[in-house]
Write a protein that binds this ligand. Structure first.
Ligand SMILES: [Zn+2]
Length: 225
């Protein structure tokens, strides 16, 4: 596994992503192998995918004011999170975090990042799930509400847009997706998006579009929820 924050050879990264795209649908063993193979990688000059606690986190360094993250990853010690971020920016400062939905793999480090001053953006339904105890039928138990320190600080219902440094970021609700609060986050100036889709098994992916080659998948990671 590549250490968090480091980059992988770009050619290998593209090759790995292409090799695991569609054939892996439905195979948990291969999913696990692919997860360790693509631990982190640089997509563009300002976008990096980090492995945080086994979950991928998209990290933008387009703004000198601080990093922008898409998802905060599965919960890890603050020192481990900082080490991952320092691979991109020495002071590890994060200004904004998007949560693509409410599950722990996407929101596990919200508390740490919010305490350090980050704004956390999510769909209104994501915040509602995180604020409330809820019943999990498959596990026959209640899931406790998350601590207030982890709750999104900014919510929206349909779409939004953000200017950060050299990057314009558009985001919006994905109805009928993995949860009722899934969102996409589109880095317009990098032609890179992160989104969650599929009703039963969700997919998190970053893709870039090359004018010369059409739509090119630069990084794709398949994860069970
Ligand atoms: Zn999930």
């Amino acid at each position: 596994m590549t250490a968090p924050g480091s980059t992988v050879d770009r050619r290998h990264f593209f090759k790995t992503a292409a090799a695991v795209a569609l054939p892996l649908w439905g195979s948990s063993r291969l999913l696990a192998a692919q997860q360790s193979a693509v631990a982190s990688g640089r997509l563009t000059g300002s976008l990096v995918v980090l492995n945080v606690g086994g979950s991928n986190v998209l990290c933008s360094s387009a703004d000198a004011q601080g990093l922008v993250l898409v998802d905060s990853g599965a919960a890890v010690p603050a020192s481990q999170l900082r080490a991952a971020l320092q691979g991109v920016r020495q002071d590890a400062k994060v200004q904004t975090v998007f949560n693509t939905h409410y599950h722990a793999e996407q929101t596990g480090n919200n508390e740490t990042l919010a305490a350090a001053g980050a704004r956390i953006i999510a769909h209104e339904h994501t915040r509602q799930w995180m604020c409330t105890d809820y019943w999990v039928p498959a596990a026959n138990r209640y899931e406790k509400a998350r601590p207030k320190a982890a709750w999104p600080t900014d919510t929206f219902r349909v779409t939004g847009s953000l200017e950060t440094g050299t990057e314009r970021i558009d985001y919006g609700h994905l109805p009928l997706a993995h949860t009722d609060g899934d969102i996409y986050v589109f880095f317009r100036d990098s032609n890179c998006s992160r989104l969650v889709m599929s009703p039963r098994r969700f997919v998190t992916r970053c893709s870039t579009t090359s004018p010369a080659r059409g739509s090119v998948v630069a990084s794709m990671r398949w994860t069970r929820s």
